[in-house]
Ligand binder design. Structure first.
Ligand SMILES: Cc1cc2nc3c(=O)[nH]c(=O)nc-3n(C[C@H](O)[C@H](O)[C@H](O)COP(=O)(O)OP(=O)(O)OC[C@H]3O[C@@H](n4cnc5c(N)ncnc54)[C@H](O)[C@@H]3O)c2cc1C
Length: 451
């Protein structure tokens, strides 16, 4: 019997999940009859809807509703929970490490394919700043968002119970580096949440909290344009957020954030959102990369100069056919990732059927960003909005975009409930160490004298 044509999708994020969804629909018959097989590999069993991470950090949406279970939405695909560690496209082979291979001690497994969709996205672009690797945290995953929420609430508990003014000051100082939407939205939502939470602390006033946004260029939120970016700076400063433009973080060694303008802030919270870089797995392939380490792709989303390899999203450098400059490439954002994924899947199906391919062309429509509850900025299709209307638009837009009806209904009901009831303000940081209590009990049992 003839082997099925195998399409291997590395990464189940925006590009991977949407491409697999589209392939599942387009190749329904072939998948059912065994003519084609789609395998999706991702270290996590879910796709993360990243634009909702700031709201998850603020507690407006529960963490499990910002993720989409891959197995549920991709019933006709094979989902492998694992991490690709290398790709040898010449041999049409991807090397994958899974939990099972680790458990069995076999290390990795090789998966052969006929068509490769490589979509591992990007990782935080951390610079060699002293102390950053030890004390910094990124804001790209649901684990980071929830970890940060718990951490911020924990700092309020520390500040409220310490007698040492230095410890208190450091606990109440929150430094965010990077003024793109990840950093600004995360700061806006967490500041809002913390200001609300301190009403339940008898010895912390909102003015005691120090929020600092450090941005190397002269503007924040470039995605919403200059005018709305300036508005966002005014809005944040009006809330007592210390926005420092044209400033860099020089060091955060010993938990002191030292900035290029000479100021120093002892802090226990340093959030790094100063840009992204292509995923390091790309360097472990024999595929062509551009000078920034992204996969060189054609407008039809094929990897340049090789056959049967496709890419899109943050990992790919795709020509922007709508731009005036001929060398312009699409920016790494969800707007392009989703649309590229759909064209990519259609082209993979067309290539298998021997049909012509379509070029990707989408003019960036603009952006919406939330600055906390009831506050936002938007610049979409030439229209500029700020304050409540922009925030409302942000919610409507993302509700319409979050995948599956199930998720939309759950997110909407959470928003309605959080409008009716008070916010949750407890830190569940101990969830990160669930065995601690039992371990203590077991240790005390072994050494009865110990208390
Ligand atoms: C906080 C935040 C807010 C954002 N807000 C917006 C917004 O409002 N609007 C907007 O347009 N964009 C926004 N973005 C950007 C947007 O989320 C990204 O551009 C988009 O996710 C890119 O899609 P992707 O498929 O390339 O990567 P991802 O969605 O990141 O998917 C990559 C996937 O690959 C998997 N993977 C990684 N390594 C491996 C490996 N070795 N093997 C197998 N799988 C692997 C990952 O687990 C992940 O599931 C935001 C990003 C963040 C972090």
């Amino acid at each position: 019997m003839k082997e099925p044509a195998r399409i291997l999708v590395i990464g189940g994020g925006y590009v991977g999940m949407y491409a697999a969804l589209r392939l599942q629909r387009k190749l329904k018959r072939e998948l059912r009859h065994g003519g084609v097989q789609v395998i999706v590999v991702d270290p996590e069993p879910y796709m993360t809807y990243q634009p909702f991470l700031p709201e998850a950090a603020a507690g407006s949406i529960s963490p499990r509703h910002v993720v989409v279970p891959l197995r549920r939405v991709l019933p006709d695909c094979t989902v492998v929970i694992g991490e690709a560690t290398a790709i040898h496209h010449g041999k049409r082979t991807a090397t994958v490490r899974t939990l099972a291979t680790e458990e069995e001690g076999t290390g990795t497994v090789d998966i052969h394919y006929d068509e490769l969709v490589l979509a591992p996205g990007s990782v935080s672009r951390a610079l060699p700043v002293p102390g950053l690797a030890e004390f910094g945290i990124g804001f790209k995953t649901v684990e980071e968002a929830i970890g940060l929420r718990n951490h911020v609430l924990e700092q309020l508990d520390i500040a409220s119970s310490t007698r040492d003014p230095d410890v208190r000051d450091a606990a109440l100082t929150f430094v965010f580096v990077g003024g793109g939407y990840a950093g600004v939205e995360a700061l806006g939502e967490l500041e809002d949440m913390a200001r609300y939470a301190v009403r339940y602390y008898h010895n912390i006033a909102p003015e005691d909290l120090k929020w600092i946004l450090v941005e190397a260029t002269d503007r924040i939120l470039p995605e919403v344009g200059e005018e709305m970016g300036k508005y966002a700076v005014r809005e944040l400063r009006g809330r007592n957020v210390d926005v420092r433009l044209e400033t860099r973080l020089d060091s955060c060694a010993d938990r002191v954030a030292a900035l290029s303008d000479g100021s120093r802030f002892p802090t226990r919270t340093l959030v790094w959102t100063a840009g992204v870089k292509p995923h390091p797995i790309l360097a472990a392939t024999d595929l062509p990369l551009n000078e920034r380490g992204r996969l060189k792709c054609t407008a039809a989303l094929q990897v340049e100069g090789v056959e049967h390899a496709w890419s899109a999203g943050d990992a790919a450098s795709v020509p922007d056919l709508t731009a005036d400059r001929p060398d312009a490439v699409c920016a790494p954002n969800a707007q392009h990732a989703v649309r590229q994924a759909k064209v990519l899947a259609a082209n993979v199906a067309a290539a298998i059927a021997g049909q012509p391919l379509t070029d990707y062309a989408h003019k960036y429509a603009g952006s919406v960003a939330s600055l906390g509850l009831h506050r936002g900025v938007a610049h979409v299709y030439g229209r500029k909005l700020k304050g409540y209307p922009a925030w409302f638009m942000h919610r409507v837009y993302h509700l319409s975009r979050v995948p599956t009806f199930n998720r939309k209904a759950r997110v909407l009901s959470e928003w309605i409930l959080s409008g009716l009831f008070k916010r949750e303000i407890v830190s569940l940081g101990s969830l990160e160490n669930p065995r601690a209590e039992f371990k203590l009990a077991a240790d005390t049992g072994r050494h009865p004298g110990a208390s």
